[in-house]
Design a protein around this ligand. Structure first.
Ligand code: G3H
Ligand code: 13P
Ligand code: ZN
Length: 310
């Protein structure tokens, strides 16, 4: 039991054809909801913290909350930096006790991405920490990530092989058509599985990562809109596509938007139905439960990682 790296998790996930959920955390209720689900499912788990989350909650609070989650749940948990944009933030997280960091230098040209990734790998590995990098660029907008559709590029399979060999990175985020946020596809959802199969074959045994993997569950979008929200035309990655990705070497599936929607829907519903409530516990409690149920559904029915954290 403890904070662990993802090395063993990915090995077992790869062999088992399932994926580990990497969920973004920003506060106590989000962490508790996710961890309760993982505990009930006895699932391996990655909790990831973005630069925006560190700024919002302050790094020390998130670190202590995750430590409390490990102690309270008895689970092995990976504490991961999501989308680190430079060496300094990766170093800070390594020094703070994270067990995994992402250097996202996908905004740089190929050679510069390699150079920066290599620098992070050297520092992290010297401290027993694993590194995820990204090649290709996802479209989408979130706090620290803002890439237009025109600037998005899919991962080139040969470059992926060269990138992994030259950087010594432990896992690689690839771009095959997903994007961050709630608006992923203008028409039919479509991922480039042909490309994924080629990358997966060329990098046999190597763990791949899928960002922008929320399904944007309609029940939560509808609930937000029923209770005063206005989220038009949201569309995510269908669950069967995530299952297929997990069978093709994708060992880590990143989910944030679905957490945001579940939480917001529960809070909206509670406050509309109970307009005189003003005790935060009254609406944050249902929000935490909505997160737990959603994550449990993902673990059981989509990721396939139940009974892997024994
Ligand atoms: O991919 C980014 C994550 O969803 C985190 O979003 O930067 O708004 O915290 P954030
Ligand atoms: P979503 O916006 O699809 O949840 O993706 C989250 C993500 O990739 C975090 O790194
Ligand atoms: Zn991401």
């Amino acid at each position: 039991m403890g904070l662990v790296t993802s090395t063993e998790m990915f090995k077992r996930a790869y062999e088992g054809g399932y994926a580990i959920g990497a969920f973004n955390v920003n506060n106590m209720e989000i962490i508790q909801g996710i961890v309760e689900a993982a505990k009930e499912e006895k699932s391996q788990l990655i909790l990831q913290v973005s630069a925006g989350a560190r700024k919002y909650a302050s790094p020390i609070y998130l670190k202590k909350l995750v430590e409390a989650a490990v102690e309270d749940s008895g689970l092995d948990i990976v504490l991961h930096l999501d989308h680190g944009e430079d060496f300094e933030i990766c170093k800070k997280c390594v020094d703070d006790g994270f067990t995994s960091v992402m250097i996202d230098a996908s905004y740089l040209p190929f050679e510069e991405n390699i150079k920066l990734t290599k620098q992070v790998v050297e520092y992290a590995h010297a401290h027993g920490v694993v590194v995820e990098a990204e090649l290709g660029r996802l479209a989408g907008v979130e706090d620290a990530v803002n890439v237009s559709k025109e600037d998005a590029t899919y991962t080139d399979p040969d470059e992926a092989v060269e990138f992994v060999e030259r950087t010594g990175v432990d896992s690689l985020a690839i771009a095959i058509g997903t994007s961050h946020g709630a608006y992923k596809f203008a028409g039919e959802p479509k991922l480039d599985f042909e490309r994924l199969e080629i990358i997966s074959k060329k990098l046999e045994g190597f763990p791949l990562v899928l960002h922008g993997a929320s399904t944007v569950l309609p029940e939560f979008v509808d609930m937000c809109n029923k209770y005063g929200g206005d989220i038009p035309g949201a569309q995510g990655v269908p669950e069967e596509m995530l299952r297929r990705a997990a069978s093709l070497g994708v060992c880590k599936i990143n989910i944030d938007t679905d957490l945001r929607l579940a939480m917001t829907a529960a809070i909206r519903k509670h406050l509309v139905e109970n307009p005189s409530d003003f005790d935060p516990r009254k609406y944050l409690g249902p929000a935490r439960l909505a997160i737990k149920e959603m994550v449990q559904h993902k673990i059981k029915n989509v990721l396939g990682s139940s009974n892997t954290n024994l």
